[in-house]
Design a protein around this ligand. Structure first.
Ligand SMILES: [Zn+2]
Length: 205
């Protein structure tokens, strides 16, 4: 069995898959906000529940909204402050008593699509998510390419090109991104970005 966790800022969801990758169970709980140990215990409780339910020791993978430093086993995630810079990979493996894979959630999404029968014949897949921000994941020959710093494929923080700015028109605002740069894709192409562009052209919310 495979246990896939989606750790978000507001909820943690476990989806259990059989060996043919059919989803057989899922459970969603709120993400603990103020304590790292409570966060780890939440993973333990869900895992134990699944282990008992399916009478096995499932393999665990976790998608996180942030940058995974595989060398140090830490995550950079502003959405889940209690896990920020913590050795999450090591601590989860320890408490769950099995190896644990942790990966950026956009990379997990891209990997899932790249392994889809319709896409498997393509050696290179770029997955993009438009939401609160612009997330991205690069898959080369069925494997995540996260790069030395874990941010390959995060095209949301590339700058809007001159041509892109021209397409948006003269009145396009110059926006400072949360990452500190000016005019990242994410500040225009996300949900809040569309709102900003709309209000800068119409003076309406
Ligand atoms: Zn940015």
């Amino acid at each position: 069995m495979y246990y896939g966790f989606d750790m978000g800022g507001t909820k943690i969801e476990l989806a259990v898959f059989d060996n043919e990758l059919n989803q057989v169970w899922q459970k969603r709980v709120p993400t603990p906000k103020d304590d790292y140990q409570t966060l780890l215990n939440t993973f333990l409780e869900l895992t134990q529940e699944a282990d008992e339910k399916f009478n096995c020791q499932g393999k665990v993978g976790v998608g996180v909204p942030g940058i995974v430093n595989h060398a140090e086993g830490t995550v950079f995630t502003t959405n889940v402050p209690t896990a920020q810079y913590k050795p999450l990979i090591h601590d989860l493996a320890n408490i769950l008593q099995r190896p644990v894979k942790v990966e950026n959630d956009a990379n997990c999404f891209a990997l899932s699509e790249a392994w889809d029968p319709d896409f498997k014949r393509y050696p290179t897949v770029l997955g993009l998510i438009l939401g609160t921000g612009v997330g991205g994941g690069f898959i080369i020959n069925g494997k995540v390419l996260s790069g030395k710093n874990g941010i390959a494929g995060e095209i949301g923080h590339m700058n809007l090109s001159v041509r892109g700015a021209k397409l948006l028109g003269e009145k396009v605002p110059e926006i400072t991104c949360g990452c500190g740069q000016i005019a990242c894709f994410e500040t225009y192409l996300s949900g809040p970005g569309f709102e900003r562009i709309y209000s800068s052209f119409t003076n309406e919310k």
